[in-house]
Design a binder for this molecule. Structure first.
Ligand code: SD4
Length: 327
């Protein structure tokens, strides 16, 4: 047995004993990099298996990462049961469902929409902004006008369930972000396809019962999501204000550029939050997911309870993230 193989087997065996996630990352870390070895790969925040499955349908056919992340993001956008993304999302304090989304392709181009109302698929509008305008970010009525001009339909996105939740909220009208609300929040989804093209997307209805006009991290390139074809991509979920102040996804990609494994890079960014904002960090949740160009992945959060979904080598699975604060 040659020494490289012996090293590999030793490493993998060691990893198996410490857990499946380490096992998969050890494979990713120590296997030579044929494009189809551990690529393609897609990762999404929370248990979003239907979304990663939609993305995988694109990736498995040799499709483009950009198409995969858009296809994935559209799943919770259209799901009325998902109360934090698109149709069915909880409204702002005045009863309006307002949506934020962004997308980046392998060329480093970016498009986003913020404070957009009445459009079922903000992620696809963000893609049109990227591909059809000289701009990166359109907001509010301007974003809506653009969407309508592009042929998107104006729809009512407030479901009966969301309306009832809002009516109940109004009784006390307390604004308090809830940690891990239902464990299926904003979707950030990033992918590397078998040609090593890296892309990412992020879409949300934002914090429930927010102030009218509030925009979170999700549509802000470098905050809610960042993708760099030389390195990899990252996405965030949780209290957007904390992510915005630290440009968390950009920072995470830069940590990977300096050589960190996605898991370590995510941990570094979360530690930064905990150090800089000790009180807020203790009371709120922020979680990150990341992948690098080699197909390695990771996730890390402030609070326990964050999970993420990875589709790789034909297997779609959910992992519990490690966290800065423990139970
Ligand atoms: C926001 N980051 O608007 C989003 C919300 C979210 O888990 O991710 N919730 O701040």
């Amino acid at each position: 047995m040659n020494s490289r193989r012996a090293f590999l087997e030793h490493t993998l065996l060691g990893a198996i004993t410490v857990g499946t996630l380490d096992f998969w990352n050890a494979i990713a870390e120590h296997t030579a990099a044929p494009p189809n070895g551990r690529l393609p790969v897609v990762i999404a925040t929370w248990d979003n298996q239907k979304a990663t499955d939609a993305a995988w349908q694109v990736l498995a056919k040799g499709g483009r990462a950009l198409d995969a992340v858009e296809a994935g993001a559209r799943i919770p956008e259209a799901d009325p049961m998902d109360t934090s993304v698109g149709y069915g999302g909880f409204p702002d304090r005045d009863g309006n469902v307002t949506l934020d989304a962004c997308i980046m392709d392998e060329f480093g181009k970016a498009g986003s929409v913020a404070f957009l109302q009445h459009i079922l698929h903000p992620i696809s509008v963000a893609r049109r902004v990227m591909e059809k305008t000289p701009h990166v970010l359109l907001v509010g009525d301007g974003a809506l006008e653009f969407a309508l001009a592009e042929g998107f339909k104006k729809e009512n996105l407030l479901t009966e369930t969301a309306r009832k939740a809002w009516e109940e909220w109004k009784i006390k009208s307390e604004y308090k972000p809830v940690i891990n609300i239902e464990r299926h929040d904003t979707i950030g989804i990033v992918a590397v396809d078998d040609q090593q093209r890296v892309s990412g997307a992020c879409t949300t209805s934002g914090m429930a019962f927010k102030m009218r006009g509030r925009v979170g991290d999700s549509p802000i390139i470098g905050a809610g999501m960042f993708s760099d074809n030389e390195v990899g991509a990252a996405a965030a979920t949780g209290l957007g204000e904390m992510v915005l102040r630290t440009l968390g996804s950009f920072l995470l990609v830069e940590e990977m550029r300096r050589g960190k494994h996605p898991m370590k890079a995510a941990e570094t960014v979360v530690r930064r939050l905990a150090q800089k904002y000790p009180k807020e960090a203790r009371e709120n949740q922020v979680g990150y997911v990341a992948i690098d160009k080699k197909g390695r992945f990771g996730g890390f959060s402030l609070q326990p309870g964050f999970n993420y979904t990875v589709y790789q080598q034909g297997v779609n699975r959910v992992f519990e993230a490690d966290s800065f604060f423990k139970k």
